[in-house]
Design a protein around this ligand. Structure first.
Ligand SMILES: [Zn+2]
Length: 93
């Protein structure tokens, strides 16, 4: 993807890789090394950052909804994927 802020650096994740792991990142399921790579990417990528903020808002919503947070991870991921797809279909500013 041309939006990768570090196209020549193999150590950095692509936008797709970051978004694929955003759920694990927000749930704190990743290793510290991968978490750091995602944090680095989000800090400098204008394309991913809006997604990240969107996910954070949604996670806070989930935390208040005991019935939803008890849902299996697969269901939660499906809900979040829907929201990401909605967000991704909007034109970038
Ligand atoms: Zn990105």
């Amino acid at each position: 993807m041309s939006t990768n802020p570090h196209p020549d650096d193999q150590a950095h994740m692509s936008c797709t890789e970051v978004l694929e792991r955003i759920y694990e990142y927000l749930d704190g399921e990743l290793t510290a090394e991968i978490e750091l790579q995602i944090r680095d990417h989000l800090a400098c990528c204008r394309r991913c950052f809006p997604h990240f903020r969107h996910e954070q808002v949604f996670l806070r919503f989930l935390e208040r909804r005991a019935t939803i947070i008890k849902a299996p991870p697969a269901l939660r991921r499906r809900i979040m994927q829907m929201l990401i797809d909605e967000e991704a279909s909007r034109p970038l500013e």
